[in-house]
Design a protein around this ligand. Structure first.
Ligand SMILES: NC(=O)c1ccc[n+]([C@@H]2O[C@H](COP(=O)([O-])OP(=O)(O)OC[C@H]3O[C@@H](n4cnc5c(N)ncnc54)[C@H](OP(=O)(O)O)[C@@H]3O)[C@@H](O)[C@H]2O)c1
Length: 312
C-alpha cells in the first residue's frame, strides 16, 4: 500500500482472492486499470472489448502488472444485443460464480442512428447494454452473493434527463445530451435494481469517476474538437491509476455493504441525482428498458419470483 493510499479514502486492504470479476470495456483507460488492480488483489478477471487484437494486448498488459495470471478477454460489442446475450450464455456456462460486475463500457460521439436492435446507438452503448448484461447476470450474481455491481456514470449525468417514451429518439439530442441521459439512466437503474433485489445479497452502486487521462473523445468525427478535448482530459484529468482506485474500492471494500443503491464520487458517497427520488419515473424506466432490450419470459427473473411467490 502506498503512502497515498493511507491518506486517500480510496485505500483498501481488502483482497479479492477467489473472486470472479467482469470488467466491461477493459481494453483501455479506467476499465483496464481497474482490471489490473483486481487481478493484482487475486481475482480472476474477465475483460470485454470489441476487437480481438485490442483484447489480447490488454490481457498481456494486465498479466505483466499482476502476478495472478487468471485474466480472460471476451469479445462483446455493445452495439449488438445478441453479442451481449452470447457473452452471458458463455459466462453462465463457464463460470460457476460471479462476485463483481463493473459496467464500464462507455463512449461519446458515436453516429446518432438506430442500431439493428432498434435502439439509439449512444443509448445502447452507454445504457441499454449494461442494463441487459446486469439483468441477465443477476441470477449468477445472486447465487454468488455477497456480490456487487458498479455502474460507471459521470458528472455529465447532472445535465441528463430521462423520458422513458423518448429514449431512442434520433436527430433530437446532441451526442453530449445522449451521453448525459445515458449516464443518468445508469444511476437510476442502480437505485431501482437495489430496491427490486433487497435481500438478495447483491449490492448495486453508481460511480462518477471524475475526469481521467484517457482518449475518451476518440470517436468524435470533428478532428479538431477531438484533439482539443482529449488534450484537455490529459491535462486536467487524473491518471488512470488514480481513478481506478475508486471502482476497486467499491468492488471489494467490506465497508461498502451498507451503501446498497448509493451514488459515489471518488470513494465517498455523493448526492444521488434528484430523478432517483421519482419512484414512478424509475418504475417506467425499468419497465421500458426491459421491453426495449426484449427480456423474454425465460430471462425474466421478476416473473419467476412472482409465480413462485419466493423472496429473491
Ligand atoms: N475519461 C473520463 O474523463 C471519464 C469521465 C467520466 C466518466 N467516464 C466513464 O468511464 C468509463 C471508461 O471510460 P475511459 O475514459 O476509460 O474510456 P476508454 O479508454 O475509451 O474506454 C472505453 C471502453 O469501452 C469500450 N467500448 C466502447 N464502445 C464500445 C462498444 N460499442 N461495445 C463494446 N465496448 C465498447 C472500449 O473498448 P474497445 O474500443 O476496445 O471495443 C473501451 O474498452 C466510461 O463509461 C466513461 O463514460 C470517463
Amino acid at each position: 500500500m502506498s503512502l497515498l493510499d493511507v491518506f486517500s479514502k480510496c485505500g483498501t486492504n481488502a483482497k479479492s482472492e477467489g473472486k470472479v470479476a467482469i470488467v466491461t470495456g477493459g481494453t483501455s483507460g479506467l476499465g483496464m486499470e481497474t482490471a489490473k488492480y483486481l487481478a493484482s488483489r487475486g481475482a480472476k478477471v474477465i475483460i470485454t472489448g470489441r476487437t480481438k487484437t485490442k483484447l489480447d494486448k490488454a490481457v498481456d498488459e494486465i498479466n505483466k502488472y499482476s502476478t495472478n495470471k487468471d485474466i480472460v478477454g471476451k469479445q462483446v460489442d455493445y452495439g449488438n444485443l445478441t453479442s451481449i446475450r452470447s457473452f452471458v450464455t458463455d459466462t453462465i456456462a463457464t463460470q460457476p460464480k460471479l462476485d463483481i460486475l463493473i459496467n464500464n463500457v462507455g463512449a461519446i460521439g458515436i453516429e446518432d442512428k438506430l442500431t439493428q436492435d432498434n435502439l439509439n446507438s449512444m443509448m445502447q452503448v452507454n445504457y441499454f447494454g449494461a442494463f441487459l448484461l446486469t439483468y441477465l447476470l443477476f441470477p449468477l450474481l445472486k447465487s454468488s452473493a455477497p456480490s456487487r455491481v458498479i455502474n460507471i456514470s459521470s458528472l455529465a449525468s447532472a445535465l441528463g434527463h430521462v423520458n422513458p417514451d423518448h429514449l431512442n429518439d434520433v436527430n433530437v439530442y446532441s451526442s453530449f445530451e445522449l451521453y448525459s441521459n445515458a449516464k443518468l439512466a445508469n444511476i437510476l437503474f442502480a437505485v431501482e435494481m437495489s430496491k427490486r433485489t433487497v435481500g438478495s445479497g447483491v449490492s448495486f452502486y453508481s460511480l462518477d469517476p471524475g475526469l481521467i487521462q484517457t482518449d475518451f473523445f476518440r470517436y468524435l468525427d470533428n478532428e479538431i474538437l477531438k484533439k482539443i478535448l482529449n488534450s484537455a482530459l490529459h491535462l486536467i484529468g487524473q491518471p488512470t491509476a488514480t481513478a481506478a482506485k475508486a471502482p476497486l474500492y467499491l468492488a471489494i471494500d467490506p465497508e461498502l455493504d451498507k451503501y446498497n443503491g448509493k451514488h459515489f464520487r471518488s470513494c465517498s458517497e455523493f448526492y444521488t441525482n434528484w430523478y432517483a427520488k421519482d419512484e414512478e419515473l424509475n418504475r417506467r424506466l425499468w419497465e421500458k428498458s426491459k421491453e426495449l432490450v426484449k427480456i423474454s419470459a425465460k430471462e425474466d427473473w421478476e416473473i419467476v419470483k412472482v409465480s413462485n411467490d419466493n423472496v429473491i
